[in-house]
Design a protein around this ligand. Structure first.
Ligand code: C5P
Length: 411
């Protein structure tokens, strides 16, 4: 998560009664850290689990609990709190609270403001203030047909359901009904606001370094951190794509809603890509694939001696070039990490591999770091993107690729 991904957003966080309310304190902190302004509304039961003081300290705003609160601006807190808000998120949403939402009850502040969400956006456009709901309850309560009926009705009413997840429950049982973790809810919320430029599209991405075995304990590898590829996988998933990430060995969390296939060598990566490339709409090759591998990996550890050691290297297949040359090739995006002459080398690579789009960067600008500055090369020329966190660049690159992929092809 890059800082500021929710900056300028105002979120009304509703907390109903459930033990998962303690996680909403952490969620408030994360929302604020992501740049959002947060107004917390507690139900009476919610306030029994975590007190308003906690949410007030974390959000930096007055916390609302009572429909009769004398501080209500012009006696209309139920309207004012959501006026200009970008979303109402109820987390945790108890079984009882969801039932009340379905019935359109308005017997406390949170239910009233959910019912009275005004149709106005920050940009002045008229639209519903979206309602997102993160259920949290005991497994049996979740599985109860009454709850399932309510969930189906809420979805039909246009409410976005976030989770729940399966796992250990506070009551000691194991099953469906756990609230998503605060980090997951934050990811869901960030994704919710992203334009769905790749809705229904399938995207295959390679990322990270490869490791080429010299012997059972030694490899030839490179300094790629995988961060750019992972950020692209996240941005593509947030844009609505079905994303498969073929990743060399890196220590990064799999982005939400992304399927990762872990590989080690260039040959493994090649096989994993070729197996999955059919039916993909986009292929984005970000991996720093080793150009060469030892011609034969030594089956036993190479022993030290005073004599010089030479290792014969043999070229690896060029995965990107091979995919781009397929008769039914997806829209292909290549990366070019260069240490000089970026324009010449990156555009040269685009033409040599017959790619509609290449993203170039100077290694001294970004390899392994969290920020980068890149230039996009396509049939129309070069487009320099300002230095930014890789998450932001990933969004811009995905938007550019989505636009080109939707247009008639020209290389
Ligand atoms: O030609 P060069 O290796 O510099 O090209 C870099 C681009 O090609 C990157 O997109 C990289 O992921 C891809 N590539 C590949 N297979 C290789 C080498 C590079 O897919 N063996």
């Amino acid at each position: 998560m890059a800082a500021g991904e929710l900056s300028g957003r105002r979120i009304v966080l509703g907390v109903s009664g459930g033990i998962a309310a303690y996680k909403s304190a952490e969620l408030t902190r994360l929302l604020v850290k992501a740049g959002a302004a947060v107004d917390v509304v507690l139900t009476e039961a919610g306030a029994r689990f975590v007190t308003p003081v906690t949410f007030q300290a974390l959000s930096g705003n007055y916390v609302w609990t009572d429909i009769w609160d004398a501080r209500r601006p012009a006696n209309m807190a139920h309207i004012d709190l959501t006026r200009g808000a970008d979303a109402v998120l109820v987390a945790p949403a108890s079984a009882d609270f969801m039932a009340r939402l379905v019935q359109g009850m308005a017997d406390d502040l949170l239910s009233t403001l959910c019912l009275a969400r005004p149709r106005a956006g920050m940009d002045g456009a008229v639209r519903d203030c979206p309602l997102l709901v993160a259920p949290a309850m005991n497994r049996q309560m979740w599985e109860n047909p009454a709850t399932q009926r309510n969930v189906a009705q809420l979805v039909e009413d246009g409410v976005s359901m976030l989770g729940p997840a399966a796992g250990d429950q506070a009551c000691g049982e194991i099953g469906m009904g756990r609230m998503l973790e605060p980090e997951e809810l934050l990811e869901e919320l960030v994704a919710f606001f992203e334009p769905k430029l790749l809705a229904g599209r399938r995207v295959l991405i390679t990322a990270g370094p490869t490791q080429e075995a010299l012997d059972p304990v030694r490899v030839i590898t490179n300094l790629s951190s995988g961060r750019m590829g992972y950020a692209l996988a996240r941005a593509a998933a947030q844009a609505g794509a079905d994303v498969t990430l073929v990743s060399g060995p890196v220590d990064l969390a799999v982005p939400r809603a992304v399927t990762r296939v872990a590989v080690r060598s260039a040959l493994d990566m090649h096989a994993a890509v070729m197996q999955r490339v059919r039916g993909q709409d986009l292929f984005i090759a970000v991996a720093a694939v080793a150009d060469y591998r030892p011609a034969a990996a030594n089956p036993h550890k190479i022993k030290k001696s005073g004599a010089p050691l030479s290792v014969e290297l043999t070229p690896n297949p060029d995965i990107l070039a091979e995919v781009a040359a397929l008769p039914d090739a997806p829209f292909c995006v290549g990366f070019a990490a260069e240490s000089r002459n970026l324009d010449e080398y990156a555009e040269g690579k685009r033409r040599a591999k017959k790619l509609p789009m290449v993203v170039g960067n100077l290694v001294q600008d970004g390899l392994g770091g969290s920020d980068n500055s890149v230039v996009i090369y396509d049939a129309e020329g070069r487009h320099a993107l300002a230095r930014a966190p890789k998450e932001q660049l990933a969004r811009d690159i995905i938007a550019h690729a989505a636009r080109l992929a939707a247009a008639p092809r020209s290389a």
